[in-house]
Write a protein that binds this ligand. Structure first.
Ligand code: NDP
Length: 330
């Protein structure tokens, strides 16, 4: 059984040397536990932020296996709650096989492809829905701006906002990604944040200002977006990926001034806060997928051994849509 461990914590950008692969025996479940075979592991920007210290969960330290949210098959059960062959989701580790208390594994619906349960019907789709609808509360006709627009959360945010009748503008890295966001995801416009004229380009793309900014990145893009916000606009603080993989994070310089003057509401959220609304989110997402208003893009990297490079690549933007690693067949 292979497990990937964080060998050393990065002080600057993450590299493959920060990980090591360990070979060990097949784990054996204790009473109340299940033995799980890994099928798909979610690769999240958050993996990197956990290496910086405790957040809404414990910090990851040197020597720890990398934690992950993943989809598994139950190979052996020592609990009446689950049976051999069940497909479950659980928080476990980057490994071929793992054990976990049965009560911490959530049985998943029998649905194929399983990858959809990690993308549109998983954390990505739910984060996009809850953050936009529950926190941003856009109204039809308003302008919604979203960063990391070609990523998994951002891509759904924009498509949901379009389905709700908003004008949608994305921010993404590079002209090719921006063109994809407009042509394939159907955003009204998309601006390259690496372009030194980002402010001018965003201003032109948002002629009526911005009513809701869904912020996945923080830093310079947040600073720019704050200048474009309309009075009583809402800034949905979902994540700050520009700050995770660097020793020199930069923050917006216009806080709290612009929040005061423009009477903005800036509000952070964690997807789990809205667990009671999950059924509503999933119903809406399913309807939009079925009627073609939401397209599902998944970026699946093959092989457990490629998990470190999949995470490093995500942080530098080499993904489109929800990135995950396939460890074994559905
Ligand atoms: P994505 O699929 O969005 O991938 C991350 C993207 O971020 C990359 O593709 C890259 O695209 C972009 N990016 C990387 N560095 C920068 C930078 N310096 N400035 C601007 N963009 C950058 O990843 P996730 O969907 O996993 O995460 C998106 C955000 O959502 C993260 O901030 C994450 O922490 C947050 N999140 C929050 C949750 C919550 O409950 N609040 C739950 C899940 C995720 P590009 O090529 O455009 O640079």
């Amino acid at each position: 059984n292979r497990t990937i461990v964080v060998a050393e914590l990065p002080s600057d950008a993450l590299t493959p040397e920060h990980f090591s692969m360990q070979e060990g025996d097949m784990p054996a479940p204790s009473d109340g536990e299940v033995l799980l075979r890994t099928i798909l592991m979610s690769i999240d920007a958050a993996n990197r932020s956990w290496m910086k210290g405790a957040t809404y969960r414990d910090a990851v330290n040197a020597g720890d296996p990398m934690p992950t949210y993943a989809i598994y098959e139950v190979m052996e059960s020592r609990s009446p709650r689950l049976s051999k062959g069940d497909i479950v989701a659980a928080e476990a580790i980057w490994a071929d096989y793992t054990t976990c208390p049965a009560q911490k594994a959530q049985k998943l619906p029998d649905m194929r492809p399983l990858s959809n349960l990690m993308s549109v019907y998983g954390i990505a789709g739910k984060t996009a829905f809850h953050g936009l609808v529950g926190v941003g509360r856009p109204m039809a006709g308003e302008t919604v701006l979203v960063s990391a627009a070609a990523g998994s959360v951002g891509g759904y945010v924009g498509q949901i906002a379009k389905a709700l009748g908003c004008r949608v503008v994305g921010v993404a890295g590079g002209p090719e990604k921006c063109a994809w966001v407009v042509d394939t995801l159907g955003f009204d416009a998309c601006v390259d944040y690496r372009d030194p004229k980002m402010f001018k380009a965003l201003k032109a793309a948002c002629p009526d200002g911005v009513d809701v900014y869904f912020d996945n990145v923080g830093g310079a893009v947040l600073e720019t977006a704050l200048f474009l916000m309309n009075e009583r606009g809402r800034v949905v603080c979902c994540g700050a990926i520009s700050q995770y993989d660097t020793a020199a994070p930069t923050g917006p310089r216009n806080l709290p001034g612009l929040v005061v003057v423009k009477r903005l509401r800036m509000e952070g959220f964690i997807v789990m806060d809205f667990a009671r609304e999950d059924a509503t989110a999933l119903r809406a997402l399913r309807t939009w997928v079925e009627n073609g208003q939401i397209k599902v893009f998944e970026d699946i990297v093959e092989g457990l051994e490629n998990a470190p490079s999949a995470l490093i690549g995500l942080l530098s933007g080499d993904n489109k849509g929800k990135r995950m690693v396939r460890v074994g067949p559905d």
